[in-house]
Design a binder for this molecule. Structure first.
Ligand code: DQA
Length: 140
């Protein structure tokens, strides 16, 4: 059974409540339940933290064992050398996901410390981006 983990960064615990015009009306917990039902042949794990070091610890914990990591580091994408280094350090391939099209937004969102070491990037497809990332791992 393939093991995939979704790691969400800061403020993504507020999905459904936070800027719904940008991020939609669904909570991630509801969406995640739906994903688990749609991919019963996968071990799908979800982790969210607002704390940079916890995201790094989780990458270390799963990054030599899981088959794939789907990472939306949220605002830390644009600031965190530490998370970027962790993505580089681990063996498991990491797909970077963003719900919104960051390139259509403020310029500070155009820089990513994750992208240079990501195995792929999915941006601007809403929550569906997570599903697309799962499918890309399944196709391997
Ligand atoms: C985000 C985009 C980031 O710029 C922002 O800070 C987020 C969410 C996205 O999924 O669109 O919190 O990663």
């Amino acid at each position: 059974m393939k093991k995939l983990i979704i790691i969400n960064g800061p403020n993504l615990n507020l999905l459904g409540k936070r800027e719904p015009e940008v991020y939609g009306n669904a909570s991630f917990e509801d969406y995640f339940q739906n994903l688990q039902q749609r991919f019963p042949s996968l071990e799908l794990i979800y982790f969210q933290s607002n704390i940079e070091g916890e995201l790094i610890d989780k990458l270390h914990e799963v990054g030599f064992d899981a088959d794939g990591i789907i990472l939306n580091a949220a605002a830390y994408t644009h600031t965190s050398v530490g998370i970027g280094d962790a993505v580089k350090a681990v063996e498991t391939p990491v797909i970077e996901v963003h719900i919104s099209n960051v390139y259509a937004r403020e310029e500070f969102r155009h820089l990513s410390y994750i992208s240079p070491n990501a195995s792929g990037i999915i941006i601007g497809f809403g929550l569906k981006g997570y599903e697309l990332a799962i499918q890309s791992f399944l196709a391997k």
